[in-house]
Design a protein around this ligand. Structure first.
Ligand code: ZN
Length: 502
């Protein structure tokens, strides 16, 4: 399936270029530092949280380079670093990545283009805008003529400073994300096309002062479904290379946090057309701001839990949305656990999972079927929860996972509730995450996950999904978050504000 998709893309890409011979022998550098950084979290994203790929390791796990190879373009992979969404990136980690990237670019010598694989919502301590610093430092080395293209998560917050230094960009068009591969390919294709045809693209941006959580900006439902659906058609217009809508990332208290529309024109001749297209999309989004709402029933955890137990349809997934580990929360908030331990039910309930390396270690020191008493959670998210003392029986132990050696898990049965204890911060987004610890979520009546919206694989199989509006670092109560830096006025913090496109 993936191979045939790549073959189709390859064919499409090559026909999109004019004289492919002009690309033969060209050289591009690729790099990336990806993170979604939650500025409300008490934890930092550390160097050890990043998965780093260098040299051929980068190309072995990507597919877009096949198009480059077919066109005779040499790809020089510099560092690609990625960390699961978390707190602000520690300065030491970002500095190290940036220095390695800059050294790699210097070492690469004469190059014709750069492809940046980014998220867009990275924030590092000690920097007002680390992403802008990175691209400006790159420009100091390569100058203004070398084309830079980037792919982004639509949850990125790109500053004007950053965009001023990039020539081409494209973002995912689906949330939940289903088009990561296509987006990267699109960004690379556009870079190759611009190199091939010697284009000088221009990016038009409209910033829309809206702070919206991912759970209210799903692209599969209205109002955003029909707005995002306009993007592919827009890109077929003469003079328009690409169009993106960034929903932005609202758990970052930064002046650049907002929604944005970007339209890439092939040249300044089409700039006005791009500006107009961006303005139309931005106005549609602004007009739809009040109708961006959750697509599943929501309420307090006790309300959602009662609803789930009374449901007759089958397995019910409940998102502990305040502790959404896919949006940077730590995954050790104990509000849900605390409530579960005060309830009694004959039905099977699974909490997947609680991140607590200390508790994990204590469980691993015991044997399967042993009883254990320990304090669990509330160590990182001590603002909205506190450690809970539990007594349970160990029913599964795994020092490491087949997926990733760092991933260890223990399953405890605590008064009839199954609780997964994890030694590292991760999320249950796919069936394999459950299978990895010998579980099938569909065997349970209620499955509580530390997510916001369910990721595609779970969303596709869940008979019913509910959103628990819990307090935490990814609290969905946006108007009441303690923002200090975001640009005001902004909707919904200033609900009656008036906004006009400049
Ligand atoms: Zn995202």
């Amino acid at each position: 399936m993936l191979r045939s998709m790549i073959a189709c893309m390859l064919l499409f890409s090559l026909t999109a270029f004019g004289n492919t011979n002009s690309l033969a022998g060209k050289r591009i550098v690729t790099l990336g530092v990806r993170n979604e950084s939650n500025t409300f979290s008490t934890a930092h994203t550390k160097l050890s949280d990043f998965k780093v790929r260098r040299g051929n390791e980068v190309l072995q796990t990507e597919t877009w380079d096949e198009v480059c190879a077919a066109a005779g373009v040499q790809v020089i992979p510099v560092l690609h670093a990625y960390a699961w969404p978390g707190g602000v990136v520690e300065k030491k980690a970002f500095d190290q990545f940036m220095q390695e990237i800059l050294a790699g670019i210097r070492k690469a010598g004469k190059i014709d283009g750069i492809y940046m694989d980014m998220h867009g919502a990275l924030h590092a301590e000690g920097y007002a805008d680390a992403q802008a610093t990175l691209i400006k430092e790159i420009r100091k080395i390569v100058g203004s003529k070398v084309l830079i293209s980037g792919s982004f998560d639509l949850h990125g917050n790109l500053s004007a400073d950053f965009v001023d230094n990039i020539n081409i960009l494209s973002a995912y068009r689906t949330a939940p994300h289903r088009d990561e591969v296509e987006t990267r390919q699109r960004a690379v294709n556009m870079l190759l096309e611009a190199m091939d045809k010697q284009l000088n693209p221009v990016i038009e941006t409209v910033t829309i002062p809206i702070l919206v959580p991912g759970e209210k900006s799903i692209t599969e439902i209205e109002p955003l479904k029909s707005i995002y659906a306009q993007l592919p058609g827009l890109c077929t217009q003469e003079g328009i290379m690409d169009a993106s809508i960034f929903a932005g990332y609202c758990w970052a208290d930064l002046s650049r946090s907002a929604m944005r529309v970007f339209v890439v024109a092939r040249s300044s001749a089409y700039q006005q057309q791009a500006r107009k297209a961006a303005a139309i999309l931005a106005q549609q989004i602004w007009n739809a701001r009040a109708s961006m709402q959750l697509n599943v029933p929501s309420g307090s955890f006790p309300e959602m839990f009662t609803k789930a137990l009374n449901d007759k349809a089958g397995t019910v997934f409940i998102s502990d949305s305040g502790d959404n580990t896919t949006a940077g929360a730590p995954g050790d908030n104990t509000q849900v656990l605390d409530h579960l331990l005060k309830q009694t039910t004959e039905l099977k309930v699974l909490l997947a999972g609680m991140v607590d390396p200390e508790a994990f270690k204590a469980c691993m020191a015991k044997q399967k079927n042993d009883e254990i008493t320990l304090t669990l959670g509330g160590r990182i998210d001590y603002k909205f929860s506190k450690p809970v003392t539990i007594k349970g029986r160990i029913v599964f132990q795994s020092p490491q996972s087949e997926i990733d050696k760092k991933r260890g898990a223990v399953l405890l049965n605590i008064e009839g509730v199954s609780v997964v204890i994890l030694n590292d911060r991760r999320s249950f987004t796919q069936l394999i995450d459950f299978k990895d610890i010998g579980l099938n979520p569909m065997d349970f009546k209620v499955v509580i996950v530390k997510l916001g919206y369910l990721f595609p694989e779970l969303a596709d199989i869940a008979p019913l999904s509910l959103m628990a509006l819990t307090a935490g670092f990814c609290n969905l109560d946006i108007p009441n978050l303690p923002y200090k830096q975001v640009t005001r006025p902004a909707y919904p913090l200033d609900p009656d504000m008036v906004w006009k496109i400049d």
